[in-house]
Unconditional design. Structure first.
Length: 91
């Protein structure tokens, strides 16, 4: 299994959708929510878990843990996994 798949698996197992944050988004003005692309769009554009991304990089054993390329790769994986979980959650 390559490092990207290992990082994805780690994120799939450990990423939890913050329902309190979704409640906070729901309390915003409806026009603002629409502007941000709905609840899912708002969540994906403003909520990232730095520690979870860092741990996924370490778990996948990337050699250069501070490389921009690795951070971008795993951040994009975070967005994909979060998007999938938000869709499954009905958001």
């Amino acid at each position: 299994m390559n490092k990207k798949k290992i990082a994805r698996k780690y994120l799939e197992e450990n990423l939890k959708i913050d329902l309190n944050y979704i409640d906070d988004i729901n309390q915003q003005n409806k026009k603002e929510i629409e502007f941000m692309g709905g609840i899912k769009g708002w969540y994906l554009s403003t909520k990232q878990n730095h520690n979870l991304i860092k741990n996924a990089i370490e778990f996948a054993q990337y050699k250069n843990k501070t490389s921009d390329r690795n951070w971008i790769t795993v951040s994009n994986l975070w967005r994909e996994v979060a998007n999938k979980k938000l869709i499954l959650g009905g958001f």
